[in-house]
Design a protein around this ligand. Structure first.
Ligand SMILES: *[C@@H]1O[C@H](CO)[C@@H](O)[C@H](O)[C@H]1NC(C)=O
Ligand SMILES: *[C@@H]1O[C@H](CO)[C@@H](O)[C@H](O)[C@H]1NC(C)=O
Ligand SMILES: *[C@@H]1O[C@H](CO)[C@@H](O)[C@H](O)[C@H]1NC(C)=O
Ligand SMILES: *[C@@H]1O[C@H](CO)[C@@H](O)[C@H](O)[C@H]1NC(C)=O
Ligand SMILES: *[C@@H]1O[C@H](CO)[C@@H](O)[C@H](O)[C@H]1NC(C)=O
Ligand SMILES: *[C@@H]1O[C@H](CO)[C@@H](O)[C@H](O)[C@H]1NC(C)=O
Ligand SMILES: *[C@@H]1O[C@H](CO)[C@@H](O)[C@H](O)[C@H]1NC(C)=O
Ligand SMILES: *[C@@H]1O[C@H](CO)[C@@H](O)[C@H](O)[C@H]1NC(C)=O
Ligand SMILES: *[C@@H]1O[C@H](CO)[C@@H](O)[C@H](O)[C@H]1NC(C)=O
Ligand SMILES: *[C@@H]1O[C@H](CO)[C@@H](O)[C@H](O)[C@H]1NC(C)=O
Length: 517
């Protein structure tokens, strides 16, 4: 710890005393215990799994997934960057951390967030367990802005803090380096952000104290726009096109209001745009593949690889042409809410694919479980999935259902059409297809245990409902809400058992009870 303290965190004096006290406690408690395992989390930005987003990650798959587990049912509880990242950090659903969107007014890195949820995020607990902690890359979309405390705000729990100011960029960005501004230009050798995160993380590993475990969170900008590839990858995948199967270029005719707006079939310029985006997204991921290789090699050189859990995931999915929406996230469908998740580490047998549903809010509890924190003393909605990955270490059951929540961006709008960046519709992508609106606000219940279904309800003027049977209809082409019948009974029974304390779904349940399917 002393090593990490010396590297210049603010309030070092206070922290050293606290650390000494904790160290004293720990020496008393764990003279007989082995050192807890190290943990690395690699979190990409906007990387889908449904549309083949993991294909470019050949080395990462060999080094993490093949050496451990792939979770084939990993989900985000909300398909937008800032709310999802806030869920990862706090282990909570959005209705409990109250980060609604990517704006300061929606609590993204806001003063209320900093005072409340951020002070109880998982790194705080890891730090109390004497983990040496490192953050590198994109944090929350409003992080580092003047109104969000500027670069001087270093969230609690982090010993080494190298966080991007604002949203994902590859060049010409500013970092907060332990509270001090560090500006970067556009020289590949000096500034390419994905590579810079690797270099800084390797330095942290060299300089850490071997007495205590470490936690590293590496959060590259890829494959988020502006999709700037490293020079050596600018010509990769030149003939690649977005997949044309499933719901690609299909009309969303039985769906909620926003999905009934896009032009169908899509215009050629939309298709060209999304194919180009698709290619460039994959190109940026090749640098993430290099990142994984270098970090794993370093851990091997330091003889820490066998005592390190490595998690690889994304904040949410993405779409390129599904239901005629050119590019974005923010929808309740599988392409936007499913994420890649692979993990290797102690007690995890290689070559496994696990079907247990796992959520982004489970990452925090899983880290704390690995670190030896008593989870009943932590207030998180998620649960540890260590029992699923490493049954020799823990017993536990997976969850029967989970929620997906989203608050649409944009204010009340006078114009229902799609005004270019007009009020009400915050996104106006190629050919002005709307990708979001304030009434794209919904809550869903998703089950994978027993039956594979999704129920969603909108806070819009229609109280619109969508229901999918993912067994018969994996691409969600048919909204079966009007079909009714006893087939839906198990889902209705489940909905009626959900407790009213689950805030955001109160209204949803009320409506279900008043208007049975
Ligand atoms: C922001 O979070 C605070 C508590 O942390 C909450 O009181 C407030 O209502 C939230 N704002 C929104 C827009 O949800
Ligand atoms: C970075 O900023 C400089 C100066 O504004 C500009 O000339 C350059 O094109 C930018 N580079 C990138 C990759 O955006
Ligand atoms: C990262 O380190 C490598 C090896 O020292 C160097 O070649 C590369 O230019 C560095 N990249 C960045 C962005 O710092
Ligand atoms: C759009 O592309 C298709 C297939 O490439 C082509 O047949 C069609 O003529 C194009 N339409 C327009 C309006 O350019
Ligand atoms: C994983 O399974 C594949 C195919 O069954 C096999 O070729 C490979 O050696 C296995 N890898 C490990 C690490 O067990
Ligand atoms: C964990 O915390 C709970 C609640 O404080 C307590 O009842 C329980 O004994 C603790 N478990 C362990 C193993 O310390
Ligand atoms: C899991 O539960 C079984 C049966 O109750 C028990 O025999 C086993 O020791 C438990 N394993 C762990 C890791 O706690
Ligand atoms: C984010 O949420 C806040 C609080 O509801 C709202 O005032 C703001 O307009 C939202 N931002 C966007 C871009 O929709
Ligand atoms: C959603 O908002 C748009 C823009 O104000 C409006 O035209 C539309 O009728 C609304 N749809 C529903 C179902 O609330
Ligand atoms: C979902 O589809 C499967 C396969 O067609 C069918 O067996 C099952 O009964 C359906 N479930 C519901 C609730 O409709």
């Amino acid at each position: 710890m002393a090593g990490a303290e010396a590297r210049g965190r603010p309030k070092a004096g206070y922290r050293s005393v606290a650390a000494l006290l904790l160290l004293f406690n720990c020496v008393i408690r764990c003279t007989e215990c082995a050192k807890p395992s190290n943990i690395v989390l690699i979190l990409t930005d906007d990387q889908d799994v449904v549309l083949g987003g993991m294909t470019p990650l050949k080395k990462a798959k060999a080094l993490i997934g093949d050496a451990g587990v792939y979770f084939s049912n990993a989900y985000t509880v909300t398909p937008l960057c800032c709310p999802s990242r806030s869920s990862i950090l706090t282990g909570k659903y959005p209705h409990n951390h109250e980060v609604r969107n990517n704006s300061l007014a929606g609590n993204c890195s806001s003063p209320a967030w900093q005072k409340g949820p951020e002070a109880l995020a998982f790194p705080v607990y890891l730090s109390k367990q004497l983990y040496q902690t490192f953050y590198g890359g994109k944090y929350l979309n409003q992080y580092g802005k003047k109104e969000a405390g500027d670069v001087g705000h270093v969230p609690p729990g982090w010993d080494q803090w190298h966080a991007l100011v604002g949203n994902s960029q590859y060049y010409n960005y500013t970092l907060s380096v332990n509270g001090k501004e560090e500006k970067h230009g556009d020289s590949y050798e000096k500034d390419y952000l994905t590579d810079l995160i690797v270099n800084k993380s390797l330095r942290f590993l060299d300089e850490r104290s071997p007495q205590h475990p470490f936690f590293m969170m590496l959060s590259p900008p890829a494959p988020h726009s502006p999709w700037t590839a490293a020079p050596q990858y600018e010509n990769s995948f030149v003939n690649m096109k977005a997949p044309r199967d499933g719901s690609f270029n299909k009309p969303g005719k039985d769906k909620h209001w926003l999905l009934r707006q896009p032009l169908n079939p899509m215009s050629n310029s939309s298709i060209d745009f999304l194919d180009n985006a698709f290619r460039r997204r994959w190109q940026t991921l090749l640098s993430v593949d290099d990142l994984v290789e270098k970090v794993v090699k370093k851990l091997e050189d330091l003889k820490e690889l066998d005592n390190t859990y490595i998690f690889y995931t994304s904040d949410h999915g993405y779409h390129t042409g599904q239901f005629s929406l050119p590019i974005d996230k923010r929808q309740l469908y599988e392409f936007d809410i499913r994420v890649p998740l692979m993990v290797r580490g102690p007690g995890i047998k290689p070559n496994q694919t696990l079907q247990a549903p796992v959520l982004n809010i489970d990452l925090g509890p899983t880290f704390l479980d690995i670190a030896g924190v008593n989870l009943s003393e932590v207030n998180m909605d998620g649960q540890s999935f260590l029992p699923q990955m490493a049954p020799s270490l823990r017993n536990g059951t997976s969850r029967p259902y989970f929620l997906v929540e989203y608050t649409g961006e944009g204010h009340s709008a006078p114009d229902p059409a799609c005004p270019k960046l007009g009020p009400g519709l915050s996104q106006c992508f190629p050919n002005c297809v709307c990708e979001d609106a304030f009434n794209n606000t919904y809550a869903c219940v998703r089950t994978l245990t027993g039956y594979n279904m999704q129920y969603c309800e909108f806070a819009d003027s229609e109280s619109f409902v969508e229901v999918y049977n993912l067994t018969s209809d994996p691409h969600q082409l048919e909204n079966i809400v009007k079909k009714g019948g006893q087939d839906l009974d198990p889902l209705l029974r489940l909905l009626s058992t959900l407790s009213g304390s689950e805030g955001c779904i109160d209204r949803l349940l009320l409506n279900v009870n008043q208007n049975p399917l």
